[in-house]
Design a protein around this ligand. Sequence first.
Ligand code: PLP
Length: 382
Amino acid sequence: MDPDFVALRKDFPLLERKTYLNSGSYCALADSVKAAFDSYIDERLTVGANWDLWVMKNEAVRERMAMVLGAQPDEIAITASASAGINALASALDFTGRRNKIVVSDFEFPTNAQIWHAQERRGAKVVHARRAQDGYIPLEQFEELIDEETKLVAITHVCYLNGAKLDIPGIVRLAHARGAKVLVDCYQSVGALGFDVKALDVDFAVGGMLKYLLGTAGIGFLYARASLIADLIPTNTGWFAQADIGAMDISANRPSPTARRFEAGTPPVVNCYAAEAGLNYLLAIGRDAVEARVLALTGRCMDRLEEIGWPSVTPRRDERRGPTVAVPSRDAGALTKALMERGVVTSHRGGNIRAAFHFYNNDDDIEIFLGALTDLRSEFRG
Ligand SMILES: Cc1ncc(COP(=O)(O)O)c(C=O)c1O
């Protein structure tokens, strides 16, 4: 049965107050996620410390994250952020040999370029796949850069600036043919669009729970393909990354045989409560239903933007875009503020305002957004 997208809006009280098009920054809070936060506080008040339960919560998040990504739980590390996952992976790579090149793209969220540039001190050579004239990055750019010296292609799935999706299957094919591995930052898509690590054949993936996964800040994940884990020994580590956490052995570093080796210290306990509840909500709706809904909403929004003469810079083809519709403006910061004054919550990056859709948005949200843009057009159109 199709999910009742009208009825489930009431699970997100914010939607009664705001036209909320900001899930690419932070999701709307579901009642069940608030209840999960509350139950953590109750636990603290009534039990104090409940480590057995808290470890189970961490494992529940790992299992659910594996379901979302089509992976095995042993291939998932639960981290404090996407950056923490990338750092742990980077620390396990050796850049002293001939294969020391990292290919990133102009579409990266800063952290997935900065961390790789930080490895230059360790011998890494970082190159950027550049945008073409039309603002996008053609596969040929990657074809030119990925070679026998490439260790890793570290790329975003959906660009946080313009909502464009990179050709992940094409890039993975090129990289694997030349012996390189692929890390995908799927933070701007996972939860809104399907992101199946096995179907896409990616080697590593990172993201976090505060956007389309309906959770909170302060918790993320790293997926690592099972067959690659044994050879990767992170130096960015800690006691929760050890094979036997309870051993308290200070004589050696004995990393977990699973992706838990990419974790570090005490898990983000309260965030696990929220992340578990958010993932439960999302999994109950189903990945395909969410993706179909998000693509229909974003497509309609882009068509309506064309109609009012203020076209977006996001690719129109479904397979080329994520859940964000980016609209260019003469002053994107001031436009975001003006929209906010009209109760429409968006964000802005790189000269565009970003309307980021999730399954809980509807056609009325699009019309209210478009109505506000029409009012503001003479002042702000790009
Ligand atoms: C694509 C992308 N990657 C990474 C991040 C940052 O991740 P974190 O702060 O969890 O390291 C963001 C945050 O907005 C993002 O949009």
